[in-house]
Design a protein around this ligand. Structure first.
Ligand code: ATP
Ligand code: MG
Length: 579
């Protein structure tokens, strides 16, 4: 599994390869300059001390030192910037891919997920990728390139010292491999805990009122505290491994440098080594181990990125269960504005295998209106999910102007639909933003008309900043009925040939409902309308009605005819009146 996530991480790097290469080249040049600087220092000191060279002959050499320092600084900045840019780019791309994925997985999939979990994956998960590209990957290259450059320079100056470096260097990677497995597992555990904690926290936040009412706040608090504490312990475990391994690496590096220093010292004493090459290799020795040690500290970042990557890759490959059979190569686009809809022997069930719809047959001709009634849970809203292509029938088909929905371009089809959901969602932004979502190019006049038609005018008058009042994530400040009217105004603005209304007057008082019904009749003109209704009284005598019970259409016909018959509609009506 970790191998798969590492290769996934590498794959994501391919669009930013040039940035990474630039960063690595800058780092390598920096190492070359560092060797040159060390040689300069060794040379100048040896000339001054052992050859008594006057300052006048040395200072042309000395001028190079600040120049090298400035060049090294510039290269370091360049290296950090380009590799960070690579990390930021990858994370932005992954986030876009995830968004795209969520769109295809659709609202039915999202409804089964925990929001907090999705947020944790989107924010923390994607953020954990940045240090992998900005830090770990370049460091991996430096850990190979920089010691090689230094080894080559040392080989040139003093082959014995180069031999010591070459003999001690492998200790560090070997040790890193040894602790790798434990660190990986600790990171995985930490990441899973973070996801669980995020999910729980969002849940507690969203249900705060219910929790308070049930006096369950302290229980939830205790649970969050326990999760938080477990997360702390897991984080500490990861850090412990990181610090301990850094300590051991430090020890190896220091011991190796000491061995080198002792050898250089003795050979200086015995006169078998000159001062200049001796000082040169001593100056370079710490730099030889530095990239390897730095790789050790970057490794836990890599583990974190790998833990997140495994999860993100799984999310990107997730299949929407109810969308299992939508693989069609040629997609047709709906172009007509006259749309007929038909359900042909449609059977559908969610993941649990139970049939929510069984053998549903319905037909609405272009420009006609169908009203669906039925007990709660009979599958009415599910019909809309199928019609909008968020789920596909297990059997049977949905026909749009005679063409199977499975063969249609879903985006093009959805542009023909205005949907007033049962529980409208209000997005963060102003009331105006929320309205313009339905039709971004609408002008003031169209906005005005939609607001009037949806009886939103008194609502706007009450809001402190009218149309420009900011609304919270869940539309705090709007009542259920107000939200519903906002959603109706969206349907007006949308101006689509198919209108799907899921109980549009459910939360409204009877006079507002009557007002809305009148304006909906106007909106319905020339459009194909399917409306789910609970108030049977308000259904007009000549309306075409389909009655649903337990996922089946049990009765269809004109409302006036059904009222006379002694069937399901008459029974619903009687029950309604008795209530
Ligand atoms: P209501 O009048 O209460 O709005 P409805 O007729 O619109 O009811 P649906 O929302 O279509 O009913 O639900 C039909 C059945 O499908 C219900 O038993 C419900 O529990 C189930 N169901 C709905 N959505 C999902 C889902 N996302 N996953 C699993 N089951 C679901
Ligand atoms: Mg419903």
């Amino acid at each position: 599994m970790p191998l798969a996530s590492t290769s996934w991480l590498r794959q994501q790097a391919s669009p930013v390869r040039h940035l990474l290469v630039n960063g690595i080249v800058a780092g390598a040049l920096q190492a070359v300059l560092m060797c040159a600087g060390a040689w300069l220092v060794a040379h100048v000191l040896s000339q001054a001390i052992f050859h008594a060279s006057p300052l006048a002959s040395l200072w042309p050499w000395l001028v190079w030192l600040p120049l090298i320092a400035v060049a090294r600084f510039t290269l370091t900045v360049k290296q950090r910037r380009t590799t960070f840019e690579a990390g930021a780019k990858v994370s932005a791309t992954v986030r876009l891919k995830l968004e795209e994925r969520l769109r295809t997985l659709g609202p039915l999939w999202a409804a089964q997920q925990s929001r907090g979990d999705i947020v944790t994956r989107f924010v923390d998960g994607v953020d954990a990728l940045v240090p992998y590209y900005a830090g770990y990957l370049p460091q991996l290259a430096f850990a190979a390139i920089v010691p090689a450059i230094i080894f080559a320079s040392a080989l040139f100056a003093d082959p014995w010292s180069a031999l010591v470096l070459a003999a001690t260097a492998p200790l560090i990677p070997i040790f890193m491999l040894l602790v790798g497995r434990a660190a990986e597992q600790a990171s995985q555990r930490r990441w899973k805990r973070l996801r669980r904690m995020g999910a729980h926290f969002m849940d507690a936040l969203a249900g705060l009122t219910t929790l308070r009412l049930f006096r369950a706040v302290s229980r939830e608090e205790a649970f969050l505290a326990a999760t938080g504490d477990a997360y702390r312990q897991e984080t500490m475990a990861v850090l412990r491994i990181a610090f301990l391994s850094a300590l051991v690496l430090e020890f190896f590096a220091t011991a190796s440098i000491a061995v080198l220093a002792v050898l250089v010292g003795f050979r200086l004493l015995w006169g078998t080594l000159g001062f200049e090459p001796g000082l040169f290799v001593l100056l370079l020795a710490p730099e030889f181990f530095l990239p390897l040690r730095a790789l050790g500290t970057q490794r836990h970042r890599k583990m974190e990125a790998a833990a997140a990557a495994e999860d993100l890759a799984a999310l990107l490959e997730e299949k929407a269960p109810v969308l299992a059979n939508t693989v069609h190569t040629t997609k047709h686009s709906i172009t007509s504005n006259q749309i007929a809809v038909a359900f042909r022997q449609v059977t559908f069930g969610y993941d649990d295998g139970r049939d929510v719809l069984s053998d549903v047959n319905l037909a609405v001709t272009a420009g006609e209106r169908l009203t669906i009634v039925g007990t709660t849970g009979s599958g009415k809203s599910t019909l809309f999910s199928l019609l909008m292509g968020f789920a596909t029938p297990r059997n049977g088909s949905i026909l749009i102007n005679g063409e199977d929905l499975a063969h249609l371009d879903l985006d093009a089809w959805r542009r023909h639909i205005a949907w007033v959901p049962q529980r409208p969602h209000i997005f963060r932004g102003t009331l105006r933003d929320n309205l313009l979502l339905a039709s971004p190019d609408a002008d003031e006049l169209q906005l005005e008309r939609a607001i009037h038609a949806a009886a939103l005018t008194p609502v706007i008058a009450r809001l402190p900043r009218g149309l420009d009042t900011p609304l919270g994530e869940h539309g705090q400040g709007l009542s259920g009925g107000e939200r519903q009217r906002l959603s109706l105004a969206r349907a007006w603005l949308r101006d689509a040939p198919v209108l799907l209304l899921d109980e549009p007057t459910q939360h409204l008082d009877s006079s507002t409902a009557a007002q809305i019904n009148a304006s909906l009749s106007k909106l319905a003109e020339g459009r194909t309308v399917i409306r789910i209704a609970h108030r049977l009284d308000a259904i007009g005598a000549d309306e075409h009605v389909a009655v649903m019970a337990e996922g089946r259409v049990v009765e269809t016909g004109r409302a006036s005819t059904l009222r006379q018959a002694h069937g399901a509609f008459a029974r619903l009506l009687a029950a309604d009146r008795a209530a």
